[in-house]
Design a protein around this ligand. Structure first.
Ligand code: ADP
Ligand code: MG
Length: 332
């Protein structure tokens, strides 16, 4: 079991109200990602759940029991950090076994659990190595192994992939998703990277200044962002926003159109402009267009277009994919 419920949880550091008041339900087995800009309170919220920080107010319920006052070791959770502090002088086997040895588990049981964890994490052939003889990704797997052997009711990850290079991050992202499919244990995962959130989560919690802006599945957040913050945060390249008379003409204070929902033509369309920079990614091209009506807009097209910088172009939004926001920035 691994359900976690937050009821009016708040956290104050001195004068700073870092978490004003959060209510959240995490179901057993769910993969939940907390995402938001740096400093928005993601780590603080995770540390409150882990018990590494005391709440200033509210209640944390784990598996139906009030855990607000419980010590971290009594919560049945395991945390994996960005810096995977492994013991350099210990083998992989002993690094993974460490928490079990500390807990006084007998040797046969430790061996069995370490063998199981190593198999799940593809570390079987590396058990006798020292951390310095491993790649960054393997070291991160050892850190996860140390969490797995404790059989927690939930894993808490704080930006575990931030220290890895881009290619390795993509690999580890897949590995952690596979691990979740195998173990089916609740995972709460913190990242500032919306792509990580979109690709891994069952449920995304978008945080901004310690408040929840929206909770939903990746596709819900993409298709129906509740406000300008979520609309601008989820999706890459970012959604284009247009205000003023051209937004008013489409019945909104502000309208948002994703780059993939604009078509570009050299002969006709709704908004006239001049192609500025084009970015060629091979599979896609991003064309930045300086428009008379709405400033710089980004268009995403599949493959290549013949359009070059300086050309006159016309943009047209897909009417079914226009997001409308009122003067408070709330979706209509
Ligand atoms: P994130 O993980 O989203 O980047 P954090 O949860 O680390 O953000 O921090 C949220 C805010 O709380 C930041 O403004 C940070 O400076 C502040 N903060 C975090 N921990 C402490 C602390 N121990 N004392 C004072 N302020 C803190
Ligand atoms: Mg953090």
């Amino acid at each position: 079991m691994g359900s976690i419920t937050l009821q009016k949880v708040s956290k104050v550091f001195g004068e700073a109200k870092v978490i004003p008041s959060i209510d959240l339900d995490i179901k057993d087995g769910e993969f939940v990602v907390f995402v938001g800009p740096s400093g928005c309170g993601k780590s603080t919220l995770l540390r409150l759940i882990a018990g590494l920080e005391d709440v200033s107010g509210g209640k944390i319920v784990i598996d139906g029991r009030d855990a607000t006052e419980k010590a971290p070791s009594e919560r049945g959770l395991a945390m994996v950090f960005q810096s995977y502090a492994l013991y350099p002088h210990m083998s992989v086997r002993n690094n993974i076994a460490f928490p079990l040895k500390m807990a006084g588990v007998d040797k046969a049981e430790i061996d069995r659990k370490v063998t199981d964890a190593a198999r799940v994490l593809n570390l079987t052939d590396y058990l006798e190595r020292k951390p310095r003889q491993l790649s960054g990704g393997q070291r991160q797997r050892v850190a996860i192994g140390r969490a797995i052997v404790r059989q927690p009711s939930a894993f808490l990850f704080d930006e575990p992939l931030s220290n890895l290079d881009a290619a390795l991050r993509v690999n580890m992202r897949l590995e952690i998703s596979e691990l979740h499919q195998q173990l089916k244990t609740t995972m709460v995962y913190v990242t500032h990277d919306q792509v990580e959130a979109m690709t891994m989560a069952d449920k995304i919690v978008v945080l901004n200044r310690g408040n929840i802006e929206q909770v939903g599945s990746p596709l819900e957040l993409y298709s129906r962002p509740r406000n300008l913050f979520v609309a601008g945060f989820i999706g890459s390249p970012k959604m284009n926003f247009i205000t003023g008379q051209h937004a008013a003409a489409l019945n909104a204070h502000t309208i948002g159109v994703r780059p993939e929902h604009l078509t570009i033509s050299t002969t006709e369309g709704l908004w006239k402009g001049e192609a500025s920079v084009t970015e060629h990614l091979g599979s896609d091209t991003f064309i930045h267009v300086r428009t008379e009506v709405a400033g710089l807009l980004t268009v995403r097209v599949l493959g290549d277009t013949g359009i070059r910088a300086g050309e006159t172009v016309y943009l047209t939004p897909d009417p079914a994919r226009i997001h409308r926001f009122n003067e408070k920035g709330v979706a209509k």
